[in-house]
Design a protein around this ligand. Structure first.
Ligand code: SF4
Length: 548
């Protein structure tokens, strides 16, 4: 039972959160249809997600729809909405945007906090309809299929407003589910799972095409700015979808399709919308540096006196015409992902970038005024040898030498931050059937790296969070039976306790290669075919890189 002091503290926190928010949109909580948009993590993490903010904006654009937010955050009205404090069980629809497998259990604890039964078959029309979108829904919805009524597979713009339209039209829950089950882009467990809880047939993901990218109203951008996010007061704008590369471990590249960029005018329109609330803008995308007019966009932001940040850059995109304006607008740090230490392994994972090219890109960044560098690596790539791992340490040493050399000339030496992950084999990638590295072997390989960088100053190393990766790997390739482990996780135990309780099935699934026909491989992606070129942004990525 919560105390009166706790309840007062929560009320104060909510008041402070709402007071600190600046908005460009009036989102009404009143409407014939009442929809709650949830994020299965704290307010701070949820409000840092552009996908979450976009789901709210899309729902608010549907007529006669009241929209409220809720979070898995004991400090911010757990089980109730942020705006009106309504119990989420009283709403018509609850929809989560879920980007990380590790958040899946928080979705169940949110149901517990609201007194809503976790299982679909224990709920009826008196309970809200439960919907889930985001990357986790498409990577593998099976672990949550016992709880969620409808999974949205693909672009929210194309699937979320039509879903709400049908909810308004079709009052009967059974008819509604049957109607959605007949449409591409939705996975409806009540219709698409057999008696053995295996998917029946294939489901199709739907992604935005070029024509849909050119509508300025369809460019996702923040509509709430708050200091209480990872980006503190920065408004985000999406720049593109897809990626020109196909790195063999990357789920995004195999599911979001080829690179499609939003037109420059549409992006700048979104920037202008944010300008009334903040002078800090962040451009996000899987391949943000590949927008062919990025240099012009950055220059325009500089003219408008905006402080700009970019999400991680692909190494070929680290060019002076991008990094110069970026540094001029206040950026002091960039993030890149060499992934491994040798050219040969990088070539085999389909990322044909050499160490020489990486060092050249770092040199360009430093000379443009960037001080700090973040580099991401993956341990446990198929075929990785000790030479590849030692190559990471060598690369870090060389980068740090450059940072010290150039930094001394400028009178300031920045920090090199190396983040490590263990490979989590993802469905629908060429590595989907691979075994994940054992904990012992991951530790041994990390020791090789750490020995190789002994004595290197200004280098911060973040070791892999092995247990999190193991749990993530299990959920990525789990079937409906993984719901049992999710229920344990939702009970509030530590990750160590969770893995100890379910060690046999977690390790069996994650640490062994997959044989036969995997149950989770049932979502197909419609090819994102080229329609009519809509602008100069609609160019083949390879040509763009040569041009640059
Ligand atoms: S460059 Fe990045 S987003 Fe593109 S395929 Fe490789 S890892 Fe994925």
């Amino acid at each position: 039972m919560y105390s009166v002091h706790y309840a007062l503290a929560v009320v104060n926190t909510i008041h402070q959160m709402l007071e600190a928010e600046r908005r460009v949109l009036d989102v009404t909580t009143a409407g014939r249809l009442r929809v709650g948009i949830g994020y299965p993590n704290t307010y701070r993490v949820g409000m840092s997600s552009l996908a979450f903010q976009w789901a709210v904006e899309l729902a608010a654009s549907c007529g006669d729809t009241g929209v409220e937010r809720f979070f898995a955050d004991p400090g911010v009205n757990f089980g109730r909405t942020l705006e009106s404090g309504a119990a989420i069980g009283d709403l018509d629809v609850l929809a989560w945007s879920c980007s990380f497998e590790l958040d899946a259990a928080h979705l169940l604890s949110t149901l517990d906090a609201a007194g809503i039964p976790r299982r679909r078959n224990e709920r009826d029309h008196r309970h809200p309809l439960l919907v889930m979108g985001g990357a986790v829904a498409s990577i593998n919805p099976l672990p949550l299929a016992s709880a969620i009524d409808i999974f949205v597979l693909g672009s929210a713009e194309l699937l979320w407003p039509p879903l709400l339209g049908l909810v308004r039209e079709i009052a009967d829950r059974e008819h509604l589910l049957a109607e959605l089950a007949d449409r591409d882009g939705y996975f409806v467990p009540a219709h698409h799972l057999g008696a053995d809880r295996r998917p029946i047939g294939k489901r199709r993901r739907i992604e935005k095409r070029d024509a849909q990218m050119s509508d300025p109203a369809m460019v996702p951008a923040s509509h709430v700015i708050t200091p209480h996010t990872e980006y503190s007061g920065r408004g985000l704008v999406e720049m593109s979808r897809g990626c020109p590369e196909k790195c063999r471990y990357c789920w995004v590249s195999y599911n979001y399709g080829r690179l499609r960029c939003y037109p420059t005018d549409a992006i700048l329109e979104r920037v202008e919308r944010l300008r009334g609330m903040t002078d800090r803008v962040g451009f996000v995308a899987t391949a943000v540096g590949d927008h062919p007019q990025l240099a012009e966009i950055l220059e325009e932001c500089r003219r408008r006196d905006l402080d700009v940040a970019l999400s991680s850059l692909r190494i070929p995109a680290m060019r002076a015409e991008v990094l110069g304006p970026l540094a001029d607008s206040g950026a002091r740090s960039v993030t890149i992902a060499p992934e491994t230490g040798t050219d040969e392994l990088r070539r085999r994972l389909n990322k044909p970038i050499t160490n020489a090219a990486i060092l050249e890109a770092v040199d360009t960044a430093l000379r443009c005024g960037i001080d700090n560098l973040k580099m991401y690596f993956i341990i446990g790539l198929p075929g990785e040898t000790d030479d590849d791992v030692i190559g990471i340490a060598n690369l870090l040493r060389q980068v740090q030498n450059m940072m010290v050399g150039l930094g001394r000339e400028r009178g300031r030496v920045g920090t090199l931050h190396a983040g490590f992950n263990v490979l989590v084999p993802k469905p629908y990638t060429p590595y989907s059937r691979e075994a994940m590295l054992s904990r012992k072997e991951a530790r041994r390989r990390m020791q090789l790296v750490e020995r190789g960088v002994t004595g290197v100053a200004n280098l911060r190393i973040d070791r892999p969070a092995y247990r999190e990766s193991l749990w993530q790997a299990y959920l990525s390739r789990g079937d409906c039976s993984a719901f049992t482990a999710l229920e344990t996780a939702a009970s509030g135990c530590s990750l160590g306790e969770l893995i100890a309780d379910h060690r046999a099935e977690i390790e069996q699934s994650a640490l062994n290669p997959v044989e036969g026909d995997p149950v989770w491989q049932f979502v197909t992606s419609a090819p994102v075919r080229r329609t009519e070129p809509t602008s100069s942004t609609d160019q083949p990525a390879e040509r763009l890189r040569v041009k640059s």
